[in-house]
Design a binder for this molecule. Structure first.
Ligand SMILES: Cc1cc2nc3c(=O)[nH]c(=O)nc-3n(C[C@H](O)[C@H](O)[C@H](O)COP(=O)(O)OP(=O)(O)OC[C@H]3O[C@@H](n4cnc5c(N)ncnc54)[C@H](O)[C@@H]3O)c2cc1C
Length: 437
């Protein structure tokens, strides 16, 4: 069978993936040259930077966004595309945020679970973004302890009025949703969604641009000059702004004095199979996205052109030299025996920013220079919530920002050097615990 025919050819500097092969509209923003002025300058053209830019542009501010490579080049354009209410760090958030929010903490966390879904759905509709957005997700259990966790999630969803949007499936019911013997049950959630993330990110950037945001690609910010009007500096240009947001997640090397040792790269690998034809509906008739309940989990979803896009086994050493297809094909075959020997058309890796306590890190580097990073593998919805929170903060409403900024984070001394081995040891520990659950 043939690989997908690109609607437009992706720029060669993008890491090749299923997403670049099916890119809707390639971006072509200029390199930053000369002196510029903006209300807000944003560093990083992933979801965090783009979502914040769009929020600010909708509020009437002049925004300039600067990206080293291309819009959506990082994790935002290479991820699993799952938009779920599973927040990373929710247990730690609940513990820490009780100090600032008191008894409202549970309501706040519940709101956080779903706010990103609303933002994405609204934007896709408002700006007509073509990104294969679709509802439906399964959180799949592999053993009884997982099922008990899902029962608790289901009970909370019912208490909070989700009604028929969620359904608890036992093994037999799950078998009618997935042609797999791997799972003992699942929580089906029709509010959760899946998406072509690169096309979403590019679509949102185009929307921001349409509202007047200046976007620069091929422009790495090499310095932030702090002061009354902070300035971001590239080799060929500068932008003087009233405020700056650093949204480079794990890819930036700025502000090491304040930020080193706070966030670490884990490498995730993904593959997309050949188009599956009739098999696509046989193995997953409702075309749901799926992930399982393990600490280091497998996640997959059908693509609009009938492939299985499958990810798993994040690598916490921080290195990406892996044969992703060789690693993931056995997992695909174990999950869906009917796919034995399926051809892998695309494989790729990407770094995600991992934070030790898994709470997103929001803060300030100086009076008018902000940062926002670290969604620990759950960033599609979260980055959109954070974009809203950062836009609120930058325009003077600090409530939600302060709640996050007050959270304490572990900072690993010499973290840029030894952080990843420590993280790998930590994940090994969690994988051991997984066996005991
Ligand atoms: C393999 C993988 C699978 C994932 N799957 C899912 C999933 O299914 N669901 C989910 O919710 N989350 C998932 N995630 C996580 C999610 O993709 C990320 O949390 C989210 O995209 C982070 O967005 P971001 O904008 O903060 O960072 P990024 O998308 O990484 O963007 C940061 C950008 O900043 C730019 N930049 C860095 N430094 C500079 C500089 N100095 N100057 C200019 N630009 C700079 C980079 O080039 C980059 O484009 C996954 C992540 C990975 C890696």
């Amino acid at each position: 069978m043939n690989a997908a025919i690109p609607l437009q050819r992706a720029a060669p500097e993008r890491e090749p993936s299923y997403y670049t092969a099916t890119i809707g509209i390639e971006t072509d923003y200029p390199t930053l040259e000369g002196e510029h002025r903006a209300d807000v300058a944003i560093i990083g053209g992933g979801f965090t930077g783009v979502a914040t830019a769009l929020e600010l542009a909708e509020r009437g501010l002049s925004v300039a966004l600067v990206e080293t490579h291309k819009i959506g080049w990082g994790a935002s354009g290479r991820n699993g595309g799952q938009i779920t209410g599973s927040l990373s760090g929710d247990a730690a958030m609940r513990k820490q945020m009780r100090a600032t929010l008191g008894d409202d903490v549970d309501d706040f966390i519940w709101w956080l679970r779903w706010r990103g879904h609303d933002i994405i759905r609204t934007r896709v509709a408002r700006y007509g973004i073509d990104c294969d957005l679709r509802n439906g997700h399964l959180h799949a259990a592999m053993k009884p302890s997982h099922l008990r966790e899902l029962e608790a999630s289901y009970a909370e969803a019912q208490r909070r009025g989700m009604g028929e949007e969620v359904e608890l499936l036992d093994r037999a019911a799950l078998r009618t949703h997935l042609d797999s013997d791997l799972y003992s049950g699942a929580l089906k959630n029709l509010r959760n969604m899946h998406v072509h993330p690169l096309n979403l990110c590019i679509g949102e950037a185009r929307a921001a641009h349409g509202l007047g945001t200046s976007i620069f690609e091929h422009s790495e910010v090499i310095d932030i000059v702090h002061g009354a009007t902070p300035t971001i500096v590239t080799t060929k240009g500068r932008i003087r702004a009233n405020q700056v947001l650093l949204a480079g997640d794990v890819y930036h090397r700025l502000a090491r004095t304040q930020l080193s040792g706070k966030i670490f790269p884990a490498m995730g690998g993904l593959v997309a199979t050949e188009p599956l034809g009739d098999l696509a509906l046989q193995i997953n008739p409702q075309q749901l996205a799926v992930y399982d309940c393990r600490f280091v989990l497998d996640y997959y979803r059908p693509t609009a052109d009938g492939r299985l896009l499958f990810g798993g086994g994040a690598n916490y050493s921080g290195h990406s030299s892996r044969d992703v297809a060789a690693e993931l094909l056995p997992c695909i075959e174990e999950t869906f025996p009917k796919l034995k020997g399926v051809r892998i058309d695309y494989q790729w890796t990407c770094a995600m920013g991992i934070v030790v306590n898994r709470i997103p890190q929001l803060g300030k580097l100086s009076d008018n220079v902000w940062y926002c990073q670290g969604y620990s593998g759950h960033g599609v919805a979260t980055s959109h919530i954070m974009g809203e929170i950062m836009a609120e903060a930058i325009t003077g409403t600090l409530g939600h920002f302060d709640t996050f900024a007050a959270c304490r984070h572990v900072r690993v001394p010499m973290g840029d050097l030894i952080g990843n081995p420590l993280l790998a040891a930590g994940m090994w520990y969690y994988q051991m615990l997984e066996h005991l659950r």
